[in-house]
Design a protein around this ligand. Structure first.
Ligand SMILES: NC(=O)c1ccc[n+]([C@@H]2O[C@H](COP(=O)([O-])OP(=O)(O)OC[C@H]3O[C@@H](n4cnc5c(N)ncnc54)[C@H](OP(=O)(O)O)[C@@H]3O)[C@@H](O)[C@H]2O)c1
Length: 327
């Protein structure tokens, strides 16, 4: 099969389209014919020389994919069933979705709701699963009326979070560094759009004014600190990402004087019941979210290098879809 192979095994780093034989790691693995994959920030971190994210020297990239079941393996899935596959070390430590076929263990697969096509599923992708998991975490915590901040709003997690919050009746405010994206974000459902530096006021004080009823943050670093100091009493931030950095320098004050919460979001090792709940909620949102409007562009495997660079440089707007059968 054709696949986008990352190879750091022979001393000289290479990445590109190669012929690769698909092979299961376990006899019970499910074989899926990939119809679409998507480009994630993590994919870009895997596809570089001496990557600290990649777990093996040689791997087919792609942390998520959607397609049709060819061999159900040990799963209860049916041949021909539409599925999304993501999680574990897919595309990081074992061959992933940037290929015509992918093998994965049953618990990394979710049957798609009738309302979602495989193309919709990869517009959503791991990023959209993280976005919906963040929305559900905020709702479970108790999200009252009020503005909900979304950072990195033009990216995969952020743009889906804006649309999903709006679809579920919340009031998303999009924070972005992309000055030309305001109209696009308003069309996606943002109530208003602010710059990256406008999240919190009173830089000279420990705490900022109480503003956000909740927040969905995929940026981390100093951005997360600004969110924590500007959440309203009892508010929460669902934190899933680290594009601005891994360190968090903050104070205990908003936790003990405003009773705020920091909710960690992980969809990589999420349990099957959690995945099913998130995919069901995504299926419910399909009637009110125009997933096609969240596509940055479609690329064949041959154009993946440019797409990975675009994600690193933050020049994407929504999701880049990969069609492994296109040339
Ligand atoms: N926890 C999980 O299970 C999970 C799942 C999926 C993704 N993630 C993580 O979530 C993060 C976002 O993933 P993604 O796929 O949405 O990435 P993405 O499509 O590249 O979007 C990230 C967005 O962040 C903003 N940004 C980029 N560099 C920035 C910087 N230096 N400072 C502030 N903002 C910056 C940009 O938006 P603006 O231009 O609009 O500001 C960019 O579009 C990544 O860290 C990823 O690993 C975690």
């Amino acid at each position: 099969m054709r696949a986008f192979l990352i190879d750091d095994s022979s001393g000289s780093f290479e990445r590109g389209v190669r012929e690769v034989e698909p092979s299961p790691r376990d006899p019970g693995d499910v074989l899926v014919r990939v119809e679409y994959s998507g480009v994630n920030y993590k994919d870009a971190m895997v596809a570089v020389a001496s990557s600290r994210v990649r777990r093996v020297p040689r791997v087919v990239g792609g942390v998520d994919a959607a397609g049709l079941v060819i061999h159900p393996g040990a799963s209860r899935l049916l041949e021909g069933q539409r599925v999304a596959v993501h999680g574990g070390d897919l595309g990081v430590g074992r061959d992933g979705g940037f290929a015509e076929f992918v093998y994965a263990p049953a618990h990394w697969l979710s049957a798609l709701p009738d309302t979602l096509s495989t193309r919709d599923a990869m517009v959503i992708g791991t990023a959209g699963v993280a976005a919906m998991a963040s929305v559900l975490a905020l709702e479970d915590h108790g999200l009252g009326d009020g503005e909900v901040l979304v950072t990195g709003a033009t990216g995969g997690v952020g743009s889906l979070a804006v649309s999903l919050l709006a679809a579920r009746g919340h009031t998303p405010v999009a924070s972005t560094g992309s000055l030309d994206a305001h109209a696009w974000l308003l069309e996606r459902g943002a109530r208003s759009v602010i710059g990256r530096d406008e999240i919190a006021d009173r830089p000279d004080r420990v705490l900022a004014s109480e503003r956000w009823a909740g927040a969905i943050d995929c940026v981390g670093g100093a951005t997360l600190h600004q969110i924590l100091r500007s959440l309203r009493y009892g508010g929460a931030v669902a934190a899933s990402g680290l594009v601005a950095g891994t360190d968090l320098a903050t104070t205990i004050y908003p936790f003990i004087t405003r009773s705020i919460s920091l909710l960690g979001i992980d969809v990589v090792e999420a349990r099957p019941a959690t995945r099913d709940r998130v995919w069901a909620a995504l299926g419910d949102a399909a009637s009110s979210v125009d997933f096609a409007s969240l596509i940055d562009r479609d690329v064949p495997l041959e154009q993946l290098e440019d797409a990975l660079d675009a994600v690193v440089h933050g020049t994407t707007r929504g999701r880049i879809l990969v069609d492994p059968s296109a040339r």
